[in-house]
Design a protein around this ligand. Structure first.
Ligand code: SF4
Ligand code: SF4
Length: 581
């Protein structure tokens, strides 16, 4: 099935379609058939990607019919008729493995004699005289162009706020990536895609279910609601924006970006849910709170006021609000003695919201490791932010403003690598920033320089002092954006080189996924997603140390087990003696 997904686009990005995707000829005719088929494609000025069961003479083919262009349906019909004649001439069948269905039924007159088709009709009418069972299949089929969904014009004003560069800026093309193969509704194999489907077993909560609704929306067939569609909003509500689909869907459906785009349009001139104002604006609230951290902690963490605060902010009451640090990382950084030049040069440490305001020890440990490894850390003198929380909640105008402001930091103007400790912020800067500000060369430069700690240390083959001999193998919960976008190869190499033994590397999402699990109404799904993999792993080895670079993964682990998971920076810094770094 994956072959259908991988061949949905030609190498140059042109869409390739099914239609003539299952022809078969006797194996000894295959060579001649393929060569004539190739000529036929050339004649029609079409290209194709093929895969299939060559030994049996069955060829799966996806063809650039150009259905989305003017005259596409006619071109399709013309080619299909010629190709049907070709396969019949070689003694083959229009469908070798699958069925003819509605899409090829009307071509059967080229393959079967009138007597044979009459026999099909007689047989069918004996068993189904009223014609209620799957009408239009084989007997009395519609024309092959009758049900071509793609010929429906786009009636919705699209004008996306993101570049959708992989789809030439076309949101419809992006959502049309889903061809329905259904790897996202499989419960076998990796658990990364799609956690909401795995937790609910409901098609509406799968990548495919959401893509189908978005396809209907852009084609204008969801009543007249367009971007205002409540059905689409509800279907997207349980998408964790984990990005599992980007890496695991064979056609790279990127539902997290589609969700951001939809929410951006949906809530224009509409009141948003409270969590969009609280969690969506989190960097700003944390910045303001850092002036009176003790008072804020008192209010948000007391039983009485904390519950009220959570309700007003649209935060799940069971979640609890994490304490903010009494001193931010950047505040301490300004008072610190700085290392002079270092053998591996300078690295800009991006003080992300989470590690600056909530877990500054992670950033301090990262600086120690950087310096022990021979880097000089520099930190932007002005507040910077990747805009993640605005992006996730579909406030794309604000995300762009925040990013533009951050790009003005002088420390980012050079060519140094930019170390981002929080994986979701690194993903935002590496892959979403160029999609939000495609015309800003500073954005493109920054996106290319973003590095994770593991990537940076892997580049110099860093080896930390050995760990204490009794260190137990750890359970690793990589952030889902690490798994799907950033990759884990460097992390694995750094762990191996430094003797950090991983007993289990979890594949799925922890269930919290940034703001998702913190929002009121998502508690149950967040818990069910955690129970897919994380909870069983924690229960199977309750004493194992835990490794998690993502703030939300660490938060989820702590709320599930009461245990504190550590960032790679903390694990490596622990090896250093007080004078190092
Ligand atoms: S979203 Fe699901 S059904 Fe659609 S192409 Fe990807 S894996 Fe297949
Ligand atoms: S982002 Fe995650 S939850 Fe959303 S559709 Fe993709 S795999 Fe499913």
């Amino acid at each position: 099935e994956d072959g259908a997904g991988y061949s949905a686009r030609l190498a140059d990005g042109t869409k390739a379609w099914p239609g003539f995707e299952d022809s078969a000829v006797p194996p000894d005719r295959l060579g001649a058939y393929l060569s004539e088929l190739r000529s036929l494609l050339d004649q029609h000025n079409m290209q194709a990607i093929s895969y299939g069961h060559y030994g049996e003479g069955c060829i799966h083919l996806r063809i650039s019919f150009g259905l989305e262009q003017t005259g596409g349906a006619e071109r399709y019909e013309h080619f299909m008729s010629d190709a049907a004649d070709l396969v019949v001439r070689h003694g083959g069948s229009l469908s070798g493995e699958h069925g003819d269905g509605r899409s090829r039924g009307s071509l059967l007159e080229r393959q079967f004699s009138p007597e044979m088709r009459e026999a099909f009709a007689t047989f069918r009418s004996l068993w189904d005289p009223a014609g209620t069972l799957n009408p239009g299949i084989i007997v009395d089929p519609p024309s092959i162009t009758d049900d071509l969904r793609i010929t429906t014009p786009t009636v919705l004003q699209l004008a996306p706020a993101q570049a959708f560069s992989g789809d030439d800026g076309d949101f419809r093309s992006a959502v049309d990536r889903c061809i329905g193969v259904g790897r996202c509704v499989s419960t076998q194999g990796s658990t990364l895609m799609c956690p909401s489907f795995r937790a609910t077993r409901d098609e509406q909560n799968s990548t495919r279910g959401r893509a189908r609704l978005l396809q209907e929306m852009v084609a204008g067939s969801l009543a007249n609601d367009g971007w205002g569609s409540a059905e689409v909003r509800d279907a997207l509500d349980l998408c964790l924006a984990c990005r599992g689909c980007v890496s695991q869907c064979p056609t790279s459906v990127d539902m997290a970006s589609y969700k951001s785009e939809f929410l951006d349009h949906h809530y224009r001139r509409r009141l948003r849910p409270p969590s969009h104002y609280s969690l969506g604006w989190l960097p700003l609230w944390l910045k303001l709170s850092s002036r009176l951290p003790r008072l804020v902690n008192l209010i948000t963490r007391s039983r009485l006021t904390g519950g009220l605060f959570a309700r007003l902010a649209g935060i799940a009451p069971s979640r609890g609000i994490p304490p903010i640090a009494h001193r931010t990382f950047t505040r301490d950084w300004r008072r610190r003695n700085h290392l002079g030049t270092a053998p591996h040069g300078q690295v800009v440490l991006w003080p992300d919201t989470f590690n600056n305001h909530l877990t500054p020890d992670v950033a301090h440990d990262a600086v120690r490791v950087l310096e022990a490894a021979g880097f000089e850390a520099i930190v932007p003198g002005r507040a910077v932010c990747c805009g993640l929380t605005w992006h996730t909640t579909g406030q794309l105008g604000m995300a762009k403003r925040v990013l533009k402001r951050s790009l003005g930091a002088v420390e980012l103007a050079g060519n140094e690598p930019v170390l981002v400790l929080e994986p979701s912020c690194a993903t935002m800067l590496r892959s979403d920033l160029p999609e939000l500000l495609p015309d800003d060369p500073r954005a493109i430069s920054l996106s290319r320089r973003v590095t994770t700690l593991a990537e940076l240390l892997d580049g110099i083959e860093y080896v930390a002092p050995p760990s204490p001999p009794d260190t137990r193998p750890a359970i690793a919960q990589p952030h889902c954006h690490q798994q799907s976008v950033l990759g884990l190869d460097a992390d694995r190499r750094v762990c191996e080189r430094n003797g950090i033994e991983i007993s289990k590397e979890l594949e799925g999402c922890c269930g919290l996924a940034g703001n998702f699990g913190a929002e009121a109404g998502h508690e149950e799904i967040a818990q069910r997603v955690a129970e897919l993999e994380l909870v069983p792993a924690l229960e199977a080895d309750p004493d194992a140390p835990l490794l998690a670079d993502g703030f939300s993964c660490r938060t989820q682990i702590e709320s599930l087990s009461g245990k504190r998971a550590r960032h790679l920076a903390e694990v490596l810094a622990e090896r250093l003696s007080p004078g190092d770094g």
